[in-house]
Design a protein around this ligand. Sequence first.
Ligand code: NI
Length: 169
Amino acid sequence: MVRPILKLGTPALHCPAAAVADFGGQTQQIIDDMIETMHAAPGIGLAAPQVGEALRLFVVDLSVGHKASDLQIFINPEIVERDGMQLEEEGCLSVPGFVATVLRPSRMVVRAADRDGSLRTVEGTGLLARALQHEMDHLDGLLYVHRLRGLQRASIERGVRKLEHLGRW
Ligand code: NI
């Protein structure tokens, strides 16, 4: 089921999420809904808090549904290694209509459980490293907007307030 994606300013998006303790049917359903919601959006990543689930869980698919092996599920992820820097334009399904240039690591190694609870380590560079850090941030209640400073952040916040005022947010 495609779920509504919460937008910047919704309190549930801005709270740290709790570890997943149960890999049973309810969690499996949330994962399926998240994959469907990410593909429908369309987007390359989605974290559980974005659909109102305060769980340390996110999905990533750089191919947006075109290549099955690109779809990855990260449950209770932990950063093992992080290095380098990249500065690229980035957006978020919770901040529709806006993008900004965000500083991110150029390489990330993340250890996480898959949907069956088995642990594995995933290394990402480039766009995957960016997506992994972006989604990890969501689990701590952070959006990319919070990593911006000065004018970039002010201009997005102003734009969002304007849309809120118009009832279009
Ligand atoms: Ni996002």
